[in-house]
Write a protein that binds this ligand. Sequence first.
Ligand SMILES: NC(=O)c1ccc[n+]([C@@H]2O[C@H](COP(=O)([O-])OP(=O)(O)OC[C@H]3O[C@@H](n4cnc5c(N)ncnc54)[C@H](O)[C@@H]3O)[C@@H](O)[C@H]2O)c1
Length: 334
Amino acid sequence: MEVATITNITLEGARILITGGAGMIGSHIAQLAVAQKAKVTIVDALLPLYGGNLFDLQEIATQIDFIQGDIRDPALMARVVQGQDIIFNLAGQVSYVDSNLDPLLDLDINCRGHLTVLEACRHNNRRARLVFASSRFVYGSIDYTPVDENHPFNCRSIYGIHKLAGEKYYRFYYDAHGMDTVSLRIANPYGPKQQMKHSKYGIVNWFIRLALEGKPLTIFGNGEQKRDYIYNQDLAEAFLTVAQTPGTAGEVYNVGSGTGTPFKEMARLVAAAVPGTQVVQVEWPADRYFVETGDYISDLTKLTTATTWRPQTTLEEGINRTVAFYREHWQQYW
Ligand SMILES: NC(=O)c1ccc[n+]([C@@H]2O[C@H](COP(=O)([O-])OP(=O)(O)OC[C@H]3O[C@@H](n4cnc5c(N)ncnc54)[C@H](O)[C@@H]3O)[C@@H](O)[C@H]2O)c1
């Protein structure tokens, strides 16, 4: 079936909807899109404990339309998708720990919610480009690194299973209905504007909070496990680049830094950015050990072949910028 897409999108004047746009990644996408003169609408439920925060949008508050609403609301979604050129779908339950404790809530948001968006588009706007935020958690335990998009799905969390289902839904609407959908499997994002109310989101930001509070950083196991930490500004640029690149419809791409950093090296960089911080090592707690995936490093070949996007920010630079951001704005985030 021919895909009903717009090619060579420029952002100037484009109508962009961002679900979950008051969160860490979505608000960065919004900021970059507004800077390029796009007309941005955000739908975010601002659910407690998740990352939605109007402070994330304060620099652009007068230049966007903000709707407090839920992607699980079919009437709302039917209305807001109309006329949009690009729809970035970031709304989600983000914690893999919580997904295992409350799998039905994860199902409701990460599956039913996204099916609701897709159905709204099928009935009201088939020509929009839809970009879905998936996760490295679809790979689960890792068989080899760097991890390319053909790596098996050894899901170790309900979150990973539902993100995979989400990708499959987006792909199904491409195959069955000719809609222009693409998914990005995000590695370990960090940076300004992540919520810091609890430790269930990215560990880099949580370590930064602990360090700023004068508390020690705890490493599980030997700290050699590698992670691919991606600065959220770079990530936002990847979303916008993919959305503007023809030929990405129906595809799935890894997005990360492409670099594996040992956990203890990340902790060392945070400690260096906040002088006086102590780093301690302990055994793995049982609930975390089960979902521990082994080293993760993204293979970015597919994305960097298809697009001009490249990660720009070193981990040291990103951590320093994040520390500076929270030194100034911590009251808004914890
Ligand atoms: N942070 C990570 O470690 C990570 C890693 C890989 C993928 N992702 C995915 O990227 C996306 C964005 O994550 P983030 O890090 O910006 O998290 P975030 O919590 O800062 O942003 C998610 C936003 O979605 C909103 N939301 C949640 N449920 C909603 C609903 N039913 N309807 C409308 N809005 C809703 C929240 O209020 C929040 O503002 C998520 O889909 C997440 O699963 C995140």
